[in-house]
Design a binder for this molecule. Structure first.
Ligand code: NAD
Length: 372
């Protein structure tokens, strides 16, 4: 699979990812003194957090990957971990508690820890995994603040390990087509972007609590629209404005937003007008340029069944693909081949800078300038 480079990130944070080569050599047991690396083997992946996404999507994806295998779990329940070991064929010694992750350091059959816990726990789990000498894949949002992202990047850099973010859409063909159109400028630069991601949250879960989620739908699903707008613009935004809509269920969304509209402005005059909600459904993205448009969705951001159309080619159909398997394999390949990571921590940090800006704009009512 060819490597597509992510949208621009700041030079300083890109440089922060450059210790990966040496760590990959260690992970693969290859000769760090310059001899040819050992033949690629499947990298051992530990899932940290056995909730819905780990069980429903990452577990089946791991079974489809070419370059990864499930090697263990981190869980608060030893019994659950042992059951996973028996059912999915990894040794029972590879069941850790969040507090015993340091012991992973001696597990030579583990290369990567995939952090799939609630958002506010991503930083501590990433830092523990890196300190145990493992590469890290961390789910989106990378963390709940830019400051946390910085500590995560620093911890992985210090440990000489890579840090990737679970942006599964990077390898989805419907999104690769957007990336291609943004880069080739077949229709000219995309100057007007619209859309967003929202759904009706029926049952209160940690996602609606600031303490564990760090925010409301923006942190959870709005981030997809933030990321997509950057891909379409092929740039980072220079400023944001935002407005929170009045809550229709204030007792439900006590300390997080329920619905948010925001605008991202880019240096070339492009604008993205976006939406996220835990009240209303939307799952769509449209990018318009002088000579044409591209529209993904509905659904645009789901795991499967995506749709897209362009102004010149009508409806597009790509073969089905398990996004998480393609993404995990791309990350593993970049570790094995010592090439640039497809979705590095710097990209997760970039999105967190934008999200913090959006929250500040919503709180103050002012246009917030973003500095890179
Ligand atoms: P979930 O609630 O189903 O699972 C969370 C897991 O974390 C559970 O196993 C829970 O036991 C564990 N956990 C550990 N410490 C905890 C604590 N102190 N409080 C609560 N739970 C704790 O959530 P999920 O849907 O699997 O989401 C997990 C992460 O994955 C989130 O960051 C989410 O944004 C991300 N996610 C990403 C995608 C994607 O498409 N990339 C999809 C779903 C979820």
């Amino acid at each position: 699979m060819p490597h597509r480079h992510p949208a621009p990130v700041s030079r300083r944070h890109f440089l922060g990812q450059l210790s990966i080569g040496a760590s990959a050599a260690l992970a693969l047991g290859s000769d760090v003194h310059g001899q040819a690396p050992a033949a690629p083997r499947k990298l051992g992946v530990v899932l940290a957090g056995l909730g819905n996404y780990a069980k429903g999507e990452l577990l089946p994806a791991l079974k489809e990957t070419q370059f990864c295998r499930l090697a263990g779990v981190v869980t608060g329940s030893a019994e659950k971990g042992q059951a996973w070991a028996r059912e999915h064929g990894f040794p029972e010694k590879n069941v850790w508690h969040y507090d015993t992750m340091a012991q992973m350091a001696t597990a030579s059959d583990v290369d990567i820890v995939y952090v799939v816990t609630p958002n506010a726990l991503h930083a501590e789990n990433t830092i523990r995994a890196a300190a145990a000498g493992k590469h890290v894949v961390c789910e989106k949002p990378m963390a709940v603040s830019v400051a946390e992202c910085d500590t995560m990047i620093a911890a992985c850099r210090k440990a000489g390990r890579s840090l990737s973010i679970g942006y599964r859409l990077h390898y989805d063909p419907y999104h690769q087509e957007l990336i291609r159109l943004a880069r080739t400028q077949e229709y000219g630069p995309f100057l007007k972007m619209t859309g967003g991601f929202g759904f009706h949250m029926a049952r209160k879960v940690w996602r609606a609590e600031h303490k564990l989620a760090g925010g409301g739908p923006m942190m959870d699903v709005g981030i997809y629209a933030v990321h997509e707008a950057c891909l379409a613009a092929n740039a980072n935004p220079i400023a944001v404005t935002a407005k929170e809509r009045p809550k229709t269920r204030p007792e439900f969304f006590v300390d997080v937003e329920e619905t948010l509209d925001w605008t991202m402005e880019f240096a070339n005059g492009a604008k993205a007008e976006l939406f996220t909600s835990y009240q209303e459904n939307l799952n769509q993205f449209r990018a318009e340029a002088a000579k044409g448009w591209y529209e993904v969705g509905p659904p645009a951001f789901s795991y499967r069944g995506l749709k897209a159309a362009t102004s010149t080619r009508g409806a597009l159909q790509f073969p089905p693909l398990r996004q998480q398997a393609a993404h995990l394999d791309a990350i593993a390949r970049s570790i094995i081949d010592r090439t640039e990571l497809p979705t590095p921590g710097a990209l997760g940090r970039r999105d967190m800078v934008i999200i913090e800006g959006v929250y500040e704009a919503a709180r103050t009512g002012k246009r917030v300038t973003l500095r890179w």
